[in-house]
Design a protein. Structure first.
Length: 227
């Protein structure tokens, strides 16, 4: 059920290149909406007060204490996969709100179903009857074809293509320029390397690379327990 309470402010958790992408999504829509309160950089305390794309770095994680979770939206605006999943889980447990961010040039089918906190970047396409889970990223010029399920916190990198009727389980990672043929399942927390062509199902936690994609070990216990 959609939370009826209005989001009054938006915080971006992250202050590097991906945060700039997200800011472009927010400021390019040309519509009235929540105020962008600023950015959080928990990795470099010395950046407090710096301006990035016309928005100020407010400080580290202590900034969260100044806002109310019930009326503040948070966008986790960095791409590091495992740390991002951990942070999303912690913030969700704390009751924070997660607006959806869709670039004006992205195409999302009206029949696609979306959860909270998704990011669909410039030029990306989400086809008919897709199901996009909580916190998923569909990055620049990626294509998710019809009737595909993208699980919670899955990440599809730029120029990747996912065929129709695929299933990407929670925490799956699809590298830059990878291709997933139709009717393929990518297991939870599995990783598909950049440029790979996936012709058969990938089990949970497995890393695949190459053309055609072949197994190259596992993502490790920490990654497999990510979500």
């Amino acid at each position: 059920m959609t939370d009826p309470r209005p989001v009054l402010d938006i915080l971006l958790y992250g202050a590097a290149g991906f945060a700039v992408q997200v800011l472009e999504c927010l400021t390019g829509r040309g519509e009235q909406g929540p105020r962008i309160a600023g950015l959080i950089d928990a990795t470099k305390p010395g950046r407090r007060g710096q301006v990035i794309s016309k928005h100020r770095v407010l400080g580290g994680e202590e900034v969260l204490e100044q806002y109310r979770p019930e009326t503040t939206g948070i966008i986790v605006a960095f791409g590091a996969h495992r740390p991002r999943i951990d942070l999303l889980r912690r913030l969700r447990d704390g009751g924070w709100r997660f607006p959806n961010i869709i670039h004006p040039s992205a195409i999302v089918s009206p029949s696609a179903r979306t959860s909270e906190g998704i990011i669909v970047a410039a030029g990306a396409v989400v086809g008919p009857c897709c199901d996009i889970g909580f916190g998923a990223i569909i990055n620049e010029c990626a294509v998710v074809s019809h009737e595909t399920h993208v699980g919670a916190c899955a990440q599809i990198c730029p120029n990747a293509a996912v065929g129709g009727r695929c299933r990407l389980d929670s925490g799956a990672f699809i590298g830059i320029g990878a291709s997933i043929l139709p009717d393929i399942q990518i297991g939870a927390n599995a990783c598909v390397g950049a440029g790979a062509v996936v012709c058969r199902d990938v089990p949970e936690g497995v890393v695949v690379m190459g053309v055609p994609a072949r197994e190259h070990g596992t993502a490790g216990k920490e990654q497999q327990d990510a979500w």
